[in-house]
Write a protein that binds this ligand. Sequence first.
Ligand code: HEC
Length: 215
Amino acid sequence: MRYFWMITLFVTVTVVSILGIRGQHSIKPPLMVFPDMDEQPKYKAQSGAGFENWADGRVARPVPAGALGRAVDSVQAFDPAYQQQEAHVTTGKNPDGTWVARIPIPVTHALMALGQEKYTINCKVCHDAVGSGNGITGKFGMVGMANYHSDRLRLMADGEIYNTIVHGKGQMLAYGDKLSVEERWAVVLYLRALQKARMGTLEEVPQQERSQLQG
Ligand code: HEC
């Protein structure tokens, strides 16, 4: 009998807390032990709940005139610089659907320098400074970064590499919204330089500099 009331109390509390008190409606927020930011000062989308600063009272604001989407296609559609380029330059594809074999813009030292800069900013974290795919992100769990020094990537057309930069591939995100047409080809050029740095033969080094290497 001593435990009767304790057991009754325990059962009552358990049943009520599992089933709750049904049938009563309340507009007050429930008692929350862990609020988890459920209650926030904010305006709900489509609510039109009079945001005092705008005359029309709408919460969702119209897109400002001239704003561009960040998607690659919308940038290409609206940017005059893109439209002046020929299609194979912006897409890396010939009219017959094959890949552009060689970089279709003038190859200069300036383009190489630009490529090095953009590669270092955008690609090095994964593909590392020499392009063997051992970037710092590997230490944080990223796997499968391509090694540029495989035969497949050495023989790949410039246009296909360009396309990978624009649209990404597999795990790799797209860089078309971060790099202009010129910057993308510049990165392709720098990537080729990284590949060349490993494939080069002594015969390709100017005569007067060979002794330096051999020494
Ligand atoms: C966040 C990591 C990451 C970054 C940054 C990154 N890549 Fe990659 N990249 C990958 C991964 C992962 C793959 C392998 C994709 C696959 O085959 O699924 C890859 C594959 C590639 C390939 C080979 C594609 C093929 O056809 O197999 C090329 C070329 C390439 N990346 C170039 C670049 C260039 C250029 C940049 C900078 C503009 C860049 N990547 C930035 C992760 C990255």
